[in-house]
Design a protein. Structure first.
Length: 430
C-alpha cells in the first residue's frame, strides 16, 4: 500500500511537471515569435500557455502585448488588466495598457495610466519620455473634446456646462502696446491658478482655450470679436467666464479690469473688478482682481483658501515676463524656446515655483514609439521581472497598491485615487 501511494504521488508530480514544462515552452515560444513580429502565431502559443498557467501574470502580460501589436486592443486591455491584478507594479504592463487606450483614442485613460507609471520609480529612464507623451496625449484629448463640442454646437446638441465650471479667457491688450503683449496669457494663467485653489469651482485648463483658438483658426482678438460669451462657454464647457483687459495709462502705470460673465445669458455678475498700479506691481494687481471677482461671484472663501491665494508667485517682474513668454512658446509647441524662458524665470527668481513646475512638465520627446518599447524592455532586463523595484544598495521595496477589481473598463479617476505607495526597509543614507 505504501509503495502504491508513492507511485501515485510520483505520477502526480510527473504530470504536474509536464503541465508546467509545457506552459513554459509555450511562453518561451510565444515571446520568441512576438520578437519576430509573428503576432498571430505568438498569440496562439501564448493562449496555450495561459490555458496551462491561468494565474501566470507574465503570460497574461505577453498575451496582452501580442494582442496590442495585432491591433486587438480590447482583448489586450483585458489581459493587461488581469496581469496588473496579479502584479500591480509591473511597468511594462502599465506602458502597454496606456498604448492600448491611445489605440482606442481614450486619451484621458492613457494619460492616467502613464502618470501611474511615472509614480513607480524616479530612477526609470522612461519617465522623461512618458512625460512628453503625457503632454502630447493630453493635447489630443483636448483637441478631440473641442472638435466634438464644435460639431455638437453646430448641430444644436451641445449640453450646458455644469454650474460650478469656470474658464479664464486671455486678457485683451486694450492699448495695443507691444510691451503688454507677453502679459496677456500670464495674467490669465495666474488667475486660473488662483481660482483653481477655490474648492467649490472646477477650472477649465488655459491650454484648452488655446486648442479652441487653434481649431477655429482665430487669433485672440478675432475670438472676442466673433464668438459671443454663451457660445464660448459651451465650447469650453464653462458656465462662467472671466474676461478682462490690460491698458497702459502712462510710461510707468497700467490698469487691469475683469468681469465674471454668466455664459448662458451673457450677463455680467456684479460690478466687475479694476486695479491700477505700476508695471512692477502687476501680480499684486492680479490679487486685487481675484478678490473683487470672488465678491462678484458671491463665493465665501475659507481661511485656508485665502492663505493659499495670498502669496505672489514672484516679485520679480522680469522673471514673470520670461514666464509669460514661456507660456506663449509652449502654446506654439516651440518647446526649446519655452524651456529656455521657464529656466530664465526660475534663475531670476529661484523661489518662482510655478516657473519650475512648468519647466518640469515639459519634456522633449526624443524616442519613437518603437524605441520607447525597446527602452521599457531593456529596463526590465536590467531590473529583472519586477522593473519597478528600486535597487539602491539597501533593502527597499516599492509597492503601488491598486484596487483593480472594479476597473472594467478602466476608470482613470479610480486608478489615481486608490493608489498607495508603500516603502519598506532601510532608506539609503548620504
Amino acid at each position: 500500500m505504501k509503495t502504491v501511494g508513492l507511485i501515485k504521488i510520483g505520477t502526480a508530480l510527473f504530470l504536474g511537471g509536464l503541465v508546467i514544462g509545457c506552459g513554459n515552452s509555450n511562453l518561451r515560444s510565444g515571446r520568441s515569435l512576438l520578437k519576430q513580429n509573428q503576432y498571430a502565431e505568438a498569440i496562439a502559443r501564448l493562449e496555450a500557455a495561459e490555458r496551462d498557467s491561468p494565474e501566470n501574470w507574465l503570460v497574461k502580460r505577453e498575451l496582452g502585448i501580442a494582442y496590442y501589436r495585432n491591433d486587438q486592443s480590447e482583448k489586450a486591455i483585458e489581459k493587461l488588466m488581469q496581469a496588473l491584478k496579479l502584479r500591480p507594479t509591473n511597468g511594462r504592463s502599465l506602458l502597454y495598457l496606456g498604448l492600448c487606450y491611445e489605440q482606442q483614442e481614450k486619451y484621458a485613460e492613457a494619460v492616467s495610466v502613464y502618470r501611474v507609471y511615472n509614480q513607480l520609480s524616479v530612477l526609470d529612464p522612461l519617465r522623461k519620455e512618458l512625460q512628453a507623451r503625457i503632454r502630447e496625449v493630453h493635447l489630443k484629448e483636448l483637441q478631440k473634446e473641442v472638435k466634438q463640442n464644435l460639431s455638437a454646437l453646430e448641430a444644436g446638441r451641445i449640453q450646458p456646462a455644469e454650474p460650478n465650471t469656470m474658464a479664464i479667457l486671455y486678457f485683451r491688450n486694450l492699448s495695443q502696446t507691444e510691451e503688454l503683449a507677453p502679459l496677456l496669457k500670464g495674467i490669465a494663467e495666474i488667475l486660473t491658478t488662483d481660482f483653481g485653489k477655490v474648492q467649490s469651482l472646477r477650472l477649465v485648463e488655459r491650454i484648452k482655450l488655446q486648442v479652441l483658438l487653434d481649431e477655429m483658426k482665430l487669433s485672440t482678438s478675432e475670438f472676442f470679436d466673433q464668438v459671443q460669451s454663451p457660445k464660448a462657454g459651451r465650447l469650453l464647457g464653462a458656465s462662467q467666464l472671466i474676461s478682462g483687459g490690460i491698458e497702459r495709462l502712462s510710461e510707468t502705470s497700467l490698469q487691469i479690469n475683469a468681469g465674471a460673465i454668466v455664459t448662458a445669458t451673457g450677463e455680467l455678475r456684479g460690478d466687475g473688478a479694476q486695479a491700477t498700479g505700476g508695471l512692477s506691481e502687476v501680480l499684486a494687481l492680479e490679487k486685487v482682481l481675484f478678490f473683487d471677482l470672488i465678491k462678484d461671484l458671491d463665493i465665501k472663501l475659507s481661511e485656508t483658501e485665502i492663505e493659499a491665494v495670498k502669496p505672489l508667485p514672484t516679485k520679480n517682474i522680469i522673471a514673470f515676463v520670461a514666464f509669460c513668454k514661456g507660456l506663449d512658446f509652449e502654446d506654439k509647441n516651440q518647446l526649446d524656446e519655452a524651456i529656455a524662458q521657464y529656466n530664465r524665470a526660475a534663475q531670476l527668481d529661484p523661489g518662482f515655483a510655478l516657473a519650475r513646475e512648468k519647466r518640469e512638465q515639459i519634456s522633449i520627446q526624443r524616442l519613437s514609439l518603437a524605441a520607447i518599447e525597446k527602452l521599457a524592455e531593456h529596463q526590465e532586463r536590467l531590473s529583472g521581472t519586477e522593473p519597478t523595484l528600486l535597487d539602491t544598495g539597501s533593502k527597499i521595496g516599492l509597492r503601488l497598491g491598486l484596487d483593480y477589481q472594479e476597473l472594467s473598463p478602466f476608470d482613470p479617476n479610480t486608478f489615481r485615487t486608490t493608489g498607495v505607495i508603500t516603502i519598506t526597509g532601510d532608506l539609503p543614507r548620504n
